[in-house]
Design a protein around this ligand. Sequence first.
Ligand code: AMP
Ligand code: GLY
Length: 427
Amino acid sequence: MKILLIGSGGREHALAWKIAASPLVTRLWCAPGNAGIAADAECVALDITDHAAVIAFCRQNAVEFVVVGPDAPIAAGMVDDLNAAGFKAFGPTQAAGRLESSKNFTKALCRANNIPTAAYEHFRDAAAARDHIRKQGAPIVVKADGLAAGKGVVVAMTEQKALAAVDMMFGGGLGASGTEVVIEEFMEGEEASFFALCDGEHALPLATAQDHKRAFDGDKGPNTGGMGAYSPAPVMTDAMCTRVMDEMVKPTLRAMKEMGCPYKGVLFAGVMITKDGPKLVEYNARFGDPETQVLMLRLMSDIVPALIASADGQLKNFSLRWYDETALTVIMATKGYPGDYGKGFVIEGLDEAARIEGVEIFHAGTKSGDGRILSNGGRVLNVCATGKSVTQAQQRAYAAVDRIKWPEGFCRRDIGWQAIEREKAKG
Ligand code: AMP
Ligand code: GLY
């Protein structure tokens, strides 16, 4: 089978690595890809916002299946356009992708279907939003309705911060994404990520993970796209996973089908384990980054039939096998990230690092130049390791990090701390 993968991040490198391992695959391209993905797929310099160009590539190369990685092409309707042109694609349609691309759509769906989530109100003007904040007080959470590259959520611990967020969003600080705003009750608890593969009707639970969103050790500093992750998340016990399936994923699929926009693809539920049980923080309509990197390391089965079954509506009797091990990833980012940072710095020692047992390195933002690997983004490398415990996986990952020579890079040194504390407590 000839497959085209869309995207260029660490998530796509992990997907490319796993897809390339399938005996079903005869050819794998990735558009646009990166220097690491080039080891697993043929990178093609397509402009992925140009759907006609992507379709033309599929026609020229008799592509049989397209896997769409990131949120932007899903929100832009790439799956719809590919399907209309006669190509099979993995991922939700634009209408189904509203579970991620519109906070208000998801909050209304939760309200209508009794899906546990933070109480909320939706606003189209700043004055009403400000009144609501003054009435509710802090802490409170202000969210732009649309996609905002991770900048659309302000968890305000003071009323003043919440009011400033409203002014920023309605003042055009996030462009069109901020013209509508959702204001939510602040939820307290431990966060985890839950992934289910969906085919429009059925959902197959995949695995759980925990992300580290803050830039610095001790969960300090600004929010980022994610500085590390591990899987499974110990807080997501079997009982908790069953609750998330029954109380969130299944009713969501039923509602989406009834609305005429059945959900196919990965449904990524960000959940907060509160004292009242699991509550939905948000849905994403795609694999997580960096969660996918650890998920793919734990997946024993061939992923390709599962992705096809999702697109074909054939997940009903499907099952996947997983390794019992823990997988952990440490993100190496360019100094300055998530603010301004430079590009084009030479990275050395990757081969030596990858020789450590259980270690796999995925590239997030790299390019090659003169036969060398150069940094080409904020989040640059995903140094991953598997192990019998989170403690062992973490030791291996940091041993690999220490072999990488890249003075302009940095990483957190405490990825996995919550799970490691639990392991220590157990003895
Ligand atoms: P989101 O993009 O909706 O996942 O929000 C980004 C992050 O903000 C989440 O991962 C949470 O850590 C935090 N967050 C979002 N909504 C809430 C809420 N209602 N209460 C507390 N924290 C929240
Ligand atoms: N790691 C969070 C996300 O992919 O949105």
